[in-house]
Design a protein around this ligand. Structure first.
Ligand code: ZN
Ligand code: ZN
Length: 66
């Protein structure tokens, strides 16, 4: 699978992820990864705290930030 944004610009790059918003494939350059902490237990900052990642394309990242 190739990056949709690179394809739009006439180049091809191997995709490393898929946009959470629109489903477009994104390469390492175009991927916008946000990390948030997810707590699974009642204790703040407990041992069950995990890092959840969300991948978005540049377009969806702008929409999300607005
Ligand atoms: Zn790209
Ligand atoms: Zn997107």
């Amino acid at each position: 699978m190739h990056c949709l944004d690179c394809h739009t610009h006439g180049t091809t790059s191997t995709a490393v992820g898929v946009c959470h918003g629109c489903g477009a494939a994104v390469c390492d350059t175009h991927a916008r990864v946000t990390v948030r902490s997810v707590r699974r237990g009642p204790m703040l900052g407990g041992p069950d705290e995990a890092q959840a990642r969300t991948v978005r394309c540049p377009k969806c990242a702008v929409v999300e930030a607005a």
